[in-house]
Design a protein around this ligand. Structure first.
Ligand code: DP6
Length: 335
């Protein structure tokens, strides 16, 4: 099935009456049980479920309107050149929603994710874009439909339609209509994330290409679905019981198992830099000394610490330039 067939099904029986502009915010998210490997590359359908935590007020704010003579994109106040991979990917995605071929979009996105965090923002960017399109065309779609549309832009974006803990159920349907995110009922106000930037350079192999290579060539990939299944159960128990050690151990072990599948791919995918490894050793040393701090990593060298609010001071003394986020600390936020 193609993306445009899915869009057609979703938008059937929904009006499409553009107003002056649409705008919306969506949070970034960090997976505690990772999405790594697709069963359908066109529709970004995953081989396994995944579970993430959204980053509260940190994410993307997007404003969309109609313009003449070609699309116009701005990111963090800068014009994005049409010949960049960012613009090409965005343009192809917007093609799915143009009422006719000479309908053009002006898209302005501002990311509130600290730039020093080295966090990929495609998840919040595509979720915010879908919310903004929904507002602009007055579709009035529900969150499930919005999650499916966001997934078509970037898999992990389907989780950014909700705050808090979010599970992306893998689904089995060929159309992917059962592959969308759902929020978990529990919150964890004391949970903290610490973003440690090791490098802000663009990674040599994208997540998209990296997961494809892993599925095709890694001898360890066959064990991955079973690992995710077990970790999901453990994470849900940890969240329900507020068992921080179980949450931290499970998230760290899941991220390391994902990196093991990547390292065993050919050509090998080794996203770690010497400083990533130094930081990992430091985390393990601190833990041996009694500080409950764990980490997760995505397809890159940067490290995201997991710890509780009571240890905030100790953790921030240990790591220079750490950016601390309390994902559930969004009281008073309107979005
Ligand atoms: C390691 O969602 O960026 O961050 O679906 O191809 O756009 P595409 O991939 P993407 O992959 C994210 C991979 C990850 C793990 C995760 O966020 O679950």
């Amino acid at each position: 099935m193609t993306k445009s067939e899915v869009v057609k099904i979703i938008l059937e029986n929904h009006q499409s009456a553009p107003v002056a502009f649409g705008e919306a915010f969506a949070p970034a998210n960090i997976a505690l049980a990772k999405y790594w490997g697709k069963r359908d590359e066109e529709l970004n359908l995953p081989r396994t479920p995944s579970l993430s935590v959204s980053l509260g007020q940190y994410g993307s704010h997007t404003k969309i309107s109609q313009t003449d003579n070609g699309d116009f994109y701005m990111l963090n106040g800068q014009v994005v050149a049409a010949d960049t991979s960012f613009a090409r990917r965005l343009g192809l995605y917007l093609d799915l929603f143009r009422p006719d071929t000479d309908f053009f979009f002006r898209v302005e996105t501002v990311n509130s994710i600290p730039t020093a965090a080295g966090l990929a923002s495609s998840a919040s960017a595509y979720a915010a874009l879908v919310f903004a399109l929904n507002d602009f065309f007055q579709w009035r779609l529900d969150k499930t439909a919005l999650s499916i549309l966001a997934r078509l832009g970037s898999g992990s974006a389907c989780r950014s339609v909700y705050r808090g803990f979010v599970e992306w159920q893998a689904g089995t349907a060929e159309s992917g209509m059962d592959s969308f995110a759902l929020p978990l009922a529990h919150t964890w106000p004391d949970l903290c994330l610490g973003l440690i930037e090791i490098s802000s350079e663009e990674k040599p192999v994208s997540s998209r290409a990296g997961m494809k290579r892993t599925v095709q060539s890694s001898v360890l990939y066959k064990n991955w679905p079973e690992k995710v299944e077990k970790d999901l159960e453990r994470l849900k128990t940890a969240i329900e019981k507020k068992d921080f050690a179980l949450l931290g151990q499970t998230a760290e072990s899941n991220a390391l198992a994902m990196h093991a599948t990547m390292i065993a791919a050919w050509p090998p995918l080794l996203y770690w830099l010497p400083q990533s490894l130094e930081t990992i050793h430091k985390i393990h040393r601190l833990r041996d000394e009694g500080l409950p701090v764990f980490f997760t990593m995505d397809a890159g060298p940067n490290i995201k610490l997991l710890f509780e609010a009571k240890d905030k001071d100790d953790v921030s003394h240990q790591f220079e330039n750490i950016k601390i986020i309390q994902p559930f600390d969004w009281a008073g936020e309107k979005t």
